[in-house]
Design a protein around this ligand. Structure first.
Ligand SMILES: [Zn+2]
Length: 240
């Protein structure tokens, strides 16, 4: 099993390159269960994620909530498995529609059939969820990578973390002077450079301690906000 990825006492990374799986899945433990950010795809990722949970002393049956950053295959393909566990799935309305009614663009892109799932709660800008034990989660609409892409601002263990999905990734790992950013996939049918830049500029103003992207490494170093500036610069170059 890969290197353990405990980010703070109650915030963990369960999936991603460290575990030789595609997308990142983050878990937040609160007094009452476990919240997941995204849920990956395919059986292999599911098995590695649940094995990692067990290694941390958690049971998949403790998952109560899943918040999707967006409905691309690698982030939302396992929603139907979450449904089987009985946890509540949260997504933007446009992503909920794809999860529930079919995702042909993703079937084409990934060459695999989409198994429809159910979304329990539709999310809108500004909604706040509070969980026992002092965990808070805010919903920010940040379209661009896809039209329904959401960012979650999470307060846990005295830290503020931003889960930004596939806007951009941090690579390679810290220290900051060696860090670069890589913009996420821009080939979606509903990609919008204008919205993407707008979302990046909005998030650049956020105060946060930890950046938790949808792939590769999380970042918790000083001046994390600078990463948004780096992404904006790359996006503006690409847009010209
Ligand atoms: Zn994506």
């Amino acid at each position: 099993m890969g290197r353990r990825m405990k980010i703070t006492e109650h915030l963990l990374q369960l999936s991603g390159v460290q575990y030789e799986t595609n997308s990142n899945i983050y878990a937040i433990q609160y007094d009452g269960g476990v919240i997941l950010i995204d849920c990956g795809y395919r059986t292999e990722q599911w098995e590695r994620m649940t094995a990692q949970m067990k290694e941390w002393g958690m049971d998949p049956g403790e998952i109560t909530h899943v918040f999707l950053t967006h409905s691309h295959f690698d982030h939302a393909g396992n929603v139907w498995r979450i449904n089987e566990l009985g946890a509540k799935v949260h997504a933007s309305p446009v992503d909920a529609d794809r999860v529930e009614n079919g995702n042909p663009e993703m079937e084409e892109l990934f060459g695999a059939p989409w198994t429809c799932g159910k979304v329990d709660v539709l999310l809108r800008e500004g909604e706040r969820f509070s969980f026992p034990g002092g965990v808070k989660l805010d919903v920010l609409e940040t379209p661009g990578h896809s039209s329904g892409s959401l960012t979650y601002r999470i307060q846990v263990d005295g830290k503020t973390a931003l889960c930004t999905g596939d806007m951009f990734f941090v690579t390679p790992r810290a220290p900051l002077d060696a860090v670069d950013v890589e913009l996420g996939y821009m080939g979606s049918r509903d990609f919008s450079m204008e919205s993407f830049l707008h979302s990046l500029k909005r998030l650049e103003k956020e105060n946060f301690d930890l950046l938790l992207p949808g792939h590769y490494y999380f970042y918790g170093g000083e001046n994390a906000a600078r990463l948004f500036g780096m992404a904006i610069e790359k996006a503006e170059k690409g847009a010209r």
